[in-house]
Write a protein that binds this ligand. Sequence first.
Ligand code: SF4
Length: 373
Amino acid sequence: MGVFAMKWKIDDYDGEYRVVSLALNSIVKSDLEKKEDGMLWVDGDEVFLYPEKRKQMVSNDTLTYLKQRNNYDVFEIWQDGRIVLQFDVQSIDNYFFVTGKCNSNCIMCPSPEISRRKGQNTDVTSLIKLAQHVPTNVSHITITGGEPFLIGESIFDFLEFLKRKFEKTEFLFLTNGRIFSVKKYVDLFRETAPVNSIVAIPIHGSKSEIHDAITCAENSLIQTKQGIKNLLKIGTRVEIRLVVCKLNAEDIVNITDMIVNEFPQIEYVSILAMEMTGNAYVNWKKVWIPYRKAFQLIEKAVDHLIKSGITVKLYNFPLCTVESNYWTLCEKSISPEKIRYIETCDMCSMKNACGGLFAGTVKLEKDDLKAIR
Ligand code: SF4
């Protein structure tokens, strides 16, 4: 969860790692004081740390930054005084990052292999501490990694906390789903998952030869399919994600056949255009397919799902790469800090409705985008 802002700092901080909520006016300050959870109180040009009520030194830049943030934003303060935003009250895209590690190593993953191998785990105590500060009325939070369930059974202590605190929040779990082929994990998830949870699981191929070649993990398709079946059996809402790359674009229609035949009760299918960073960047010759071509190859699959009564969402496709009859399926899905538009977009009548493209994909796509008149 969070956006790293390395330069914001408490200059004379000599404390331990802690989590604080931000108060910018006296009403919020009184509210947060009652919770005794830790607070950063900006009073005019002065900054105080609670519960100690200690005045702290910050640069003018840090003060300006804090004043521009929102009441109830949540920050980590590190031992060296760095202030890192972890929950943005204004964002609809907040997340808890559980671990960088993953038991798959997808060839088109936007994260690099180093993070899969050596990525950091966030310990469950820290996750719970952060969640304690998040306001209960937040509408949506994503739980992500790496593979979040790779930290083991301790993740269920965190889920139990979320279930107790957030009765209405929607939680989206991004997982490769392999862990749910193990019955014990399915049972623990059923007991502890918040009421409004949805589990998003990618399928990369209709056959192991395709899926496992993309995940670089033997038996991963068998495990993922078993995981989906097990979750559906306990009544979990499941989203299936299809990431279109050169290796599976022509197989997407077969995957949708499989979905219609084997998992018709899923919540919806989202079809994603690739983000070209991390492994995807390194392997671009093997995986890259221009968005317009990718859409042409999945069009039949989209029709097939719709005719079978399954909801479809298109993520990350700029509108000019998609036939206009399908624009209503396109979601603005790219995180705000990663969205880019190019010069062509300034002449486009659909710019406001278009979600743009990933910063890391501009070079590959810029000659293919066409302003819509
Ligand atoms: S030209 Fe730019 S704004 Fe218009 S649809 Fe394409 S990417 Fe979106």
